[in-house]
Design a protein around this ligand. Structure first.
Ligand SMILES: CC(C)(C)OC(=O)N[C@@H]1CNC[C@H](C(=O)N(Cc2cccc(Cl)c2Cl)C2CC2)C1
Length: 338
């Protein structure tokens, strides 16, 4: 184990409580990139120097230039990702990737086209998937698997802290190899992952205040550090939103700011433990000139089978519950975040 007794921290930046990203380098000499550490995917991609000049989302971000790196290894295999929210196309390359000071030789994708939506809104340059190899496109070994095989981590786990206040510093922390007591209180409650190879757990109930609403028969939740909000099946989320008096418009659900203080908690029953989100956790209060806007950080998203139907517990859940992702024991631990 290295200087940090087998744990490796990476500070994260919090952009508007909706995007949390940290810095990695690729190549020699190092080229710096801001990436989302995304448990909902398992590939590393960054924009490419050779992306088309018409790709707006590409030239507004840092781009990898293989011709400037003497450790670059040509690959060239095609690559594409179809997100629910957008598309990435490019080709594979191999180079030295450094995460928190740990170097790994990594196959990654150089994105030559990034769909304008939503990547023009991205403050980050790319995505570093922290999912299982089974989710990796083209069967590429993910970064965390490459790090585990170096046997430098105290434990084969990684933990994520997301701050709830953009003015807070740091905006978050990815810790490879352990958990960081600076960012949680109390004990961890652990849940087995539902299915080998996915950061998914079983929800045993979703309640609003004291009223049980859904999932008593059990449903699936993806614990997704790369998603900003909580999403669920449209039929469920729309009923939840209607019950709290939220109105749906083109940008999502909104409530009258006067009602916020009286809103009931939304509670997820996971592994026998209740995980409550109060209005402070699920309302994004935007003070504006004329009148304040109160956005509900729940969204409708019907993920088609076989993956769906699923709830996706994203950044606003993780900001409330410090999360440990345990590859050794295939389980997820939650503790109350500070
Ligand atoms: C099936 C497979 C392709 C593996 O699914 C995924 O990869 N699924 C990913 C699961 N995690 C969230 C990912 C996502 O939506 N974005 C876009 C995004 C998210 C928040 C804010 C912004 Cl601005 C953006 Cl652009 C990536 C940046 C993480 C998709």
């Amino acid at each position: 184990p290295g200087p940090n007794n087998g744990t490796v921290p990476t500070p994260l930046t919090n952009y508007l409580d909706t995007q949390y990203f940290g810095e990695i380098s690729i190549g020699s000499p190092p080229q710096m990139f801001n990436v989302v550490f995304d448990t909902g995917s398992a590939n590393l991609w960054v924009p490419s120097q050779s992306c088309s000049p018409f790709s707006t989302a590409c030239f507004t971000h840092n781009r990898y230039d293989s011709s400037q790196s003497h450790t670059h290894v040509e690959n060239g295999t095609g690559f594409s990702i179809n997100y629910a929210s957008g598309t990435i196309r490019g080709f594979l390359s191999e180079d030295v990737v450094v995460v928190g000071g740990l170097p790994v030789v990594q196959v990654f994708a150089e994105a030559t086209s990034l769909s304008a939506m939503p990547f023009i809104f991205a403050k980050f340059d790319g995505v570093l998937g922290m999912g299982y190899p089974s989710v990796a496109i083209d069967g590429i070994t993910p970064v965390f698997d490459r790090i585990m095989s170096q046997h430098v981590l105290k434990e084969e786990v990684f933990s994520i802290y997301y701050s709830r206040d953009p003015k807070h510093s740091p905006g978050g922390e990815l810790l490879l190899g352990g958990t960081d007591p600076n960012y949680y209180t109390g004990n961890f409650n652990y849940l087995e992952t539902r299915e080998m190879g996915k950061w998914e757990v079983t929800i045993k109930g979703v309640s609003l205040g004291a009223k049980m609403m859904f999932c008593e028969e059990g449903c699936t939740a993806v614990i997704d550090t790369g998603s900003s909000y909580i999403t669920g099946p449209a039929s469920s989320v729309s009923m939840l939103m209607e019950t709290i008096g939220a109105q749906l418009d083109e940008t999502g659900y909104k409530v009258n700011c006067e009602t916020v203080k009286m809103l009931p908690s939304v509670t997820f029953l996971l592994g026998g433990q209740e995980y409550a989100l109060t209005h402070e956790d699920y309302i994004i209060w935007q003070s504006q000139i004329e009148e304040d806007v109160c956005i509900v950080s729940f969204r409708d998203l019907d993920v088609p089978p076989p993956t769906g139907p699923v709830w996706i517990l994203g950044a606003n859940f993780i900001a409330r519950y410090y999360t440990e992702f345990d590859r050794r024991n295939n389980r997820i631990g939650f503790a109350t975040a500070v």
